[in-house]
Design a protein around this ligand. Structure first.
Ligand code: ZN
Length: 337
């Protein structure tokens, strides 16, 4: 009789606590992407008010770390709206015997960085407001100018590439003043003749035993080449393999590489911020030699995609993305008719 009672009580306890545990995840899954952006912006703006760190900086770090979580296997998926990650040691202090410590005072005593951002007296490493506030508080110590921000980023990541990417994200957010920047475009307008097939991993004719890291889209000279994502121009100029080439970093930390151009669009420079569909240059056959070399192969766009994981960068096959963006462009054109 007593045992039965215990079992019943235990079952009740499980059922009562179940909705509490799954609430955060359920809530996020039920929201549209617009609502998620809204929630995130609310959090950034709230912490911007509490500290003096501009929301664009917070959004930039969060966006960068969202990309890292996708690219790395050793970080758990975030439950909430914010992706910024602190390890237990960073949060609670490496000498803290209680790695799950949530008491702001003992965390501070052991040199941890975790703070209570939402005023509930608890510094929770998995709470959005606590995490965001902790980051902002760290950055605030360096000051809030762009240069201060870059220094704070260097201290956090100790890697030039990470500083460059996060700083770029902040500038993109500053320019468009919103978070909803996930649209993509096919790199060539549909009304031109072009053709491409999946050539991922093919051997190349020139430059030794490198494999082909990208997709070649064949088209006539001077067909406009367009940015495929929101982002910032990271590199523009000559490269002996790529000829006149341009590299754009998007908000997923992906580097889009456009090579063999005949020339660049006026006004496109290193540091320029672009939207999907913006013309950045023109199709050509430049490359495989000293600056200005062209005509060693038929004109085409070589399009490559590279993913950064916070430590290194590797290329992945752009063909499925190109197909998807092209399909979407055809659908949009149909809708307009
Ligand atoms: Zn190619």
């Amino acid at each position: 009789m007593r045992l039965q009672k215990i079992i019943v009580l235990a079952l009740i306890a499980v059922f009562v606590s179940l909705p509490l545990v799954t609430y955060a995840a359920d809530q996020k899954a039920d929201l549209t992407s617009e609502q998620i952006y809204e929630k995130r912006m609310d959090l950034y703006k709230k912490v911007e008010t509490l500290t003096s760190v501009p929301w664009q900086y917070l959004a930039a770090v969060d966006t960068y770390e969202r990309g890292l979580r996708r690219a790395l296997n050793d970080r758990p998926k975030e439950d909430g709206f914010i992706s910024i990650y602190f390890s237990e040691n960073e949060w609670a202090g490496s000498l803290n015997p209680n790695k799950q410590d949530t008491h702001p005072l003992s965390i501070q005593m052991f040199g941890g960085i975790g703070l209570d951002g939402d005023g509930d007296g608890v510094a929770d490493r998995l709470n959005d407001e606590d995490v965001l506030y902790t980051l902002a508080h760290q950055f605030e110590q360096y000051g809030v100018s762009e240069e201060d921000f870059r220094i704070a980023l260097w201290e956090k990541y100790k890697r030039d590439q990470s500083v460059r990417i996060v700083h770029g994200h902040a500038l993109v957010y500053e320019k468009f003043d919103r978070l909803d920047l996930n649209d993509h475009a096919f790199p060539m307008p549909l009304n031109y003749n072009y053709s491409y097939k999946n050539t991922w991993g093919d051997r190349r004719g020139w430059g030794g035993r490198r494999i082909h890291e990208g997709t070649d889209i064949f088209a006539g000279y001077n067909v406009p080449i367009r940015a495929t994502a929101y982002g910032r121009v990271e590199i523009k100029g000559w490269n002996k393999y790529g000829g006149w080439r341009i590299g754009i970093r998007d908000l997923d930390n992906i580097y889009h590489y456009y090579a063999h151009l005949s020339g660049f669009e006026k006004g496109i420079e290193e540091g320029s911020i672009v939207a999907p569909g913006d013309v950045i240059g023109y199709c050509g056959s430049s490359g495989y030699g000293k600056p200005g070399t062209q005509g060693k192969f038929p004109p085409h766009l070589h399009y490559g995609m590279y993913r950064d994981n916070g430590r290194l960068e590797w290329s992945f096959d752009p063909y499925p993305s190109l197909k998807q963006w092209e399909r979407k462009a055809y659908q949009d054109r149909k809708k307009k008719k």
